[in-house]
Design a protein around this ligand. Sequence first.
Ligand code: ZN
Length: 358
Amino acid sequence: MEKRNIIYSPFSSITFDYKHCFLCGGLLTDSNVSDEHVFPKWLLHKYDLWNQRLCLFNETLIPYKNLTIPCCNDCNGVYLSKLENDIKSAIEHGYKSFMELDEITIFKWMTKLFYGLLFKDLSLSVDRANPQKGHLMEPEMLSKFKIVHVFLQSVKPKVKFTGNVFSLFVFNVHTNPKNDNKLDFFFSDDLLRLQLAIQVGDTGIICCIGEDGIIKESLDNYLKPFYSIKIHPIQFREIIGRVFYKKYILQVPPAYIFVNSEDECSIVSMLSSFTGKYFADIKQKELAYFIYKQLKPLGFTEEDIYHTKLDAVTSYLTNHYGNVHLIDQYGNVISDVTIKHNGYKGDLFPPKNNKPNN
Ligand SMILES: [Zn+2]
């Protein structure tokens, strides 16, 4: 019998069609085919997303309900459904119960979301006029995405990784005072830099895939106060902008070693810089743009976030005196509490007005 590689790579043959399982690459037949929803059905129902649209990287607007990818019964029923059930029951019980999940489970789920969208994107970006010419994406980008699929295969017990291959941030977020589920869902991804964020109910999750945990490490001091308080959705979005920007200025690419044994594959990741400088210098205007992109859907303008004259970024996380902003569910700043931010260097600008009225 022909020995199959433990790791399936759709990137070597560029197979992003609907005839093969997205996870294991197995040929799909009428009897073993199933549709895997990128965003699970329970989530679409709960947050009323069924007919809402998401903008893919290639600018296609696609309803959430149509975000399905081809999967075999085995992968769907055995591996993915276990993952989905674990996440579903944790999210349904709220932030506290979500925090009891292990980080690897959350990482796998976030990777599944990311890869599902990537698959959809790649399957739509085949040059339809010349299908044999392949994809409209650069080969360099495709090879970057390859590692995401390898991580995803860790939903099966034969693929393991050692050390950190991701940065994961989980926050407790205020739900809206109107108790309207629709307002407690938010999704944002940065396909090019392998990162994504989601708010589901009172839980906000940000994940950077494949960088040896350096983003989390570098922001830990800054973000520490916000792990122990309940934050406003606007603050969550500001944090997303700051995390995504940090990854943007990371100038050292991670390297991976695959250690294959008879029936297991281990992934070892490494990140090292000869000069010891991992990040490019922060440019306030760029940082402001990353934050603005997250806040734009709520009606913020670029001027709300970036002050040209001062070359400063508005922050909803700390005030001018370096105190952590506590904001209630209604968007009001709780003013009599002062938690001194330990990372404060006096370089943050206070909000111009009490914008967080959502
Ligand atoms: Zn499969």
